[in-house]
Ligand binder design. Structure first.
Ligand code: F6R
Length: 609
């Protein structure tokens, strides 16, 4: 969950590291630090509690000419955010510095052992043991020391290390945690995620677990397996540019990423239906395979889980295959009914979410066929799954998922159409009709984003509240789960979502004048039921923000504020309504002065359990 960057070359690396860290700050932002090797001065280390901008101030105009260095931005697991717990961590000699992402599960016993041997620890982190283990193993070759060190570690890690006696070299390794390596003329770079090295190269390597990477300042990288045998990993071309990872005039990344959604929906849909047939070659399923599926499981966390809940409605409606959606952290620790006739769809924007990846592994041990829907080329989930469908969202920097969520919903909708058609429940004509309607979604989203005045007015109702309820039915209910999550994570307003039919069974006790209710009453089979539910909460004093289809005859009379959205078929309504809920959450968060891109306590990629 931390950001890591390393550079070795022939030009001073200070600015490269600081820029790289700011591009990766969405991965963690409670402390930051860099270590730079400078032949004459040894090693300079700067660390701060807080954001990268604090680190930039601390480093200030210090003349640093070293051309090899590593940097880190932290999301605390062991030890509170503080300067002393910030990375890089050093060994006792002060010559070795490391940065680490992940959790070393056996750090306590390693630490005790190292202390008994005379090593002195200064932080509360699990990561510091790595620096001391490297010190213990080092006999002149950092690659060998790294191989010996990782043999003693349990847990997940990306480790990047430097040694002052090797100022032209960086050593890096990963296990169940992200790492990307690249090189160009006269330099080599390493990072926990592609934005930090895309300016140097777009041809990158995602090394396998346990492969030790040795980066040389001349612009080459050597890769070795656990026995020290050289290996040649595949190079992957990244097809988005650095401009996509920059703000480009928007106020914040959330704003930018919400605005990109028409393009994202268009790209995710592109080329998926031909002659009335849904094309998802990535699934590589034969007609017999599809006929044999007796259950679909969607496993995911957070926002991706909500995309799965929305898809359940469509998969069951169109293919008639039972579909269960489960939070990955629950699935992996129980005994789910999974067999070779189960189709598992794992959904993860980052492709690195530890629980989701572990759940994938569990499903595969039961013989299930597993497909991933992810936004991250080369991510862990892509290696663990039988096939991958890429959500075409491009880099997402705001911690709160927006465009990646829409891309997931669109990709899952295509999978639902595919299964429905393959099982003989949807005709080519129906597929064509649905696809045509989906192709209109980008312009409908654009229409919502072109005039957000009503959303801004509605946000005023929530601004001063401490809690809000979201209610809807069917797809509207699942859309509400995501709307409530978005609101709470970026504005810190407590929000809960319920299937509207459930409120009478308890939640309505919460409703009074101080409890705003966001109600999805878009045109659907249950729209009239929603009208009654709105009346019930209003009768108890709640102010109601209604999200209704343009032309709805009642909305204005029964709601305090109405946000109208273009008419779409109910099965696609999550796509348009979610955009409204994202903008609503952002408006509330902005008014409350929250940092929408980096909400407190969160990080973009949850690579630890
Ligand atoms: C919320 C959010 C998270 C993620 C969750 C899973 O806005 O982004 O809830 O959806 O941490 O992450 P991925 O999709 O990367 O597996």
């Amino acid at each position: 969950m931390c950001g890591i960057v390393g550079f070795t070359g022939s030009t001073p690396c200070k600015d490269i590291l600081l820029t790289g860290l700011s591009l990766l700050e969405y991965r963690g932002y409670d402390s930051a630090g860099i270590a730079i090797l400078d032949g004459a001065r040894g090693m300079d280390v700067f660390r701060v509690k807080g954001r990268v901008e604090g680190l930039v101030k601390l480093v200030g105009n210090t003349p640093l000419f070293g051309t090899t260095g590593i940097g880190h931005t932290r999301w605390a697991t062991h030890g509170k955010p503080s300067e002393v717990n910030a990375h890089p961590h050093r060994d006792c000699t002060g010559k070795i510095a490391i940065v680490h992402n992940g959790i070393i599960e056996n750090f306590s016993e390693l630490r005790t052992q190292l202390i008994e041997q005379g090593h002195v620890f200064i932080s509360e982190t699990d990561s510091e043991v790595i620096a001391h283990l490297l010190e213990r193993a080092y006999e002149g070759d950092m690659r060998v020391a790294m191989t010996e060190t990782i043999a003693q570690l349990e847990g997940a890690y990306t480790i990047v290390a430097v040694h002052a006696d090797h100022p032209d070299e960086i050593v890096a390794v990963r296990k169940s945690s992200p790492l990307v390596v690249g090189c160009a003329e006269g330099c080599a770079v390493v990072a926990s995620d592609t934005p930090a090295l895309i300016e140097v190269t777009r041809d990158v390597v995602f090394p396998d677990d346990g492969v030790v990477c040795v980066l040389h300042s001349g612009g080459t990288v050597d890769y070795f397996d656990g026995d020290g045998v050289p290996v040649s990993p595949e190079t992957v071309h990244i097809d988005w540019s650095i401009d996509e990872a920059k703000l480009g005039g928007y106020e914040d990344f959330m704003d930018k990423e919400i605005a990109e959604q028409p393009r994202v929906v268009r790209d995710t849909l592109a080329g998926r239906v031909k002659d009335g047939r849904v094309i998802i070659d990535e699934l590589a399923l034969t007609a017999e395979d599809i006929a044999a599926i007796d259950r679909v499981y969607i496993i995911a966390c957070g926002t991706s889980y909500h995309a799965g809940l929305i898809a359940k409605n469509l998969i069951e409606a169109w293919s008639r295959i039972p579909c269960d959606v489960e939070v990955a952290s629950e699935f992996r620790y129980r005994d789910p009914i999974v067999s070779p006739s189960t189709l598992v769809i794992a959904v993860s924007q980052s492709g690195e979410t530890a629980d989701t990846v572990e759940a994938v592994q569990l499903a595969r041990t039961h013989g299930a066929r597993v497909f991933a829907i992810t936004n991250s080329v080369g991510s862990r989930i892509t290696r663990e799954s039988d096939g991958v469908i890429y959500a075409q969202a491009g880099p997402e920097t705001c911690v709160a998922a927006t465009k990646s969520f829409l891309a997931q919903v669109v990709a899952l909708t295509l999978v639902a159409l595919y299964l429905g058609q393959a099982r003989g429940h949807l005709t080519c004509a129906q597929v064509r009709m649905f696809y045509r309607e989906m192709q209109r979604l980008p312009e409908q989203i654009t229409a919502i984003l072109d005039d957000t005045t009503s959303i801004e007015h509605a946000a005023e109702i929530i601004d001063g509240a401490t809690s809000a309820l979201f209610i809807g039915r069917g797809i509207g209910a699942t859309t509400c789960y995501e709307g409530a999550l978005k609101l709470k994570e970026i504005s810190y307003v407590h929000a809960e979502a319920f299937a509207a039919g459930e409120i009478k069974h308890g939640p309505i006790a919460l409703v009074d004048e101080a409890m705003p209710v966001v109600a999805l009453m878009i045109k659907s089979a249950t729209r009239d039921k929603m009208v009654s539910n709105i009346a019930e909460v209003r009768a108890r004093g709640a102010k109601v923000i209604g999200i209704a289809t343009q032309g709805d005859p009642d909305a204005e009379h029964i709601c305090d504020e109405v946000i109208y959205i273009p008419a779409v078929r109910e099965c696609f309504s999550a796509i348009t309504a979610s955009v409204v809920l994202q903008v609503l959450a952002r408006c509330v968060a902005k008014t409350r002065g929250c940092d929408v891109d980096k909400p407190r306590n969160l990080a973009k990629s949850v690579t630890v359990e």
